[in-house]
Design a protein around this ligand. Structure first.
Ligand SMILES: [Zn+2]
Length: 230
């Protein structure tokens, strides 16, 4: 379940949320269980651990509904929790920073701790900005840990959120590399039937100017494009 932390870090996280949530629960007297069944505080603590591991900014979880976008996210949740061999991807286009953050928080909150209807597994979700993935890929030629981490991020999470697309540094000198990495990530995840969410303040046409037409065609064909309402 915890993808990117060492065993030691994982236990530290679990202990932290245990002491914050379970130890202070009056319903189960701080044990986490009521008659051998997990108390609601147990699930709350578990969800908090997973939220932290997802790398999503914790402020994102303080979202307001309704969200100011022209999309019904129930369609998305229904799809990813009802299918095994099909996936759905989202491209959040031209949203302001605050709306983008709210949408990410809302999506993550509706995925973390929810059981898949068919497989009965819980979905993992991971967030990163594209700049970080590029830095990892540049380091991965000489740094084995960077290579493993990048592969984990691309291959493991059921839902991967890549934020800040098209805003990375060194764009002019590295465009080819950045475009190729993006293509690799999107295709690799499609092959593994895993959902990707791209976030960019840029429109799809601007993306074509930065990367290439192939990427834009791929996004248009395989992604639901979500815009601000109005
Ligand atoms: Zn409790």
């Amino acid at each position: 379940m915890l993808m990117f932390e060492s065993e030691e870090e994982r236990n530290k996280l679990i202990d932290k949320w245990k002491s914050l949530i379970i130890n202070n629960c009056n319903m189960c007297n701080g044990t986490g269980y009521i008659n051998t069944k997990p108390c609601t505080c147990f699930y709350k603590a578990k969800k908090s651990v997973e939220k932290e591991v997802s790398n999503i900014p914790l402020a994102a979880f303080e979202y307001n509904t309704p969200l100011k976008v022209d999309y019904n996210f129930d369609t998305y949740f229904n799809f990813i929790f009802s299918n095994i061999y099909k996936t759905k991807n989202l491209y959040l286009q031209g949203l302001s920073y605050s709306i983008n953050t709210e949408v990410i928080g809302y999506i993550a909150d509706n995925i973390i701790g929810v059981e898949h209807k068919i497989t009965h597994k819980y979905y993992s979700i991971y967030y990163d900005i594209y700049e970080n993935l590029i830095q990892l890929s540049l380091r991965s030629n000489i740094d084995k840990d960077a290579r493993i981490k990048l592969n984990d991020i691309i291959q493991k999470p059921n839902v991967l959120i890549i934020d800040g697309l098209g805003l990375e540094s060194g764009l002019n000198s590295q465009t080819m590399h950045n475009a190729k990495l993006l293509q690799l990530i999107l295709k690799e995840r499609m092959n593994r039937v895993k959902s990707t969410i791209l976030c960019s303040s840029l429109t799809i046409n601007n993306i074509q100017n930065i990367y290439n037409k192939e990427i834009v065609d791929f996004i248009v064909n395989y992604f639901d494009i979500i815009k601000p309402r109005g």
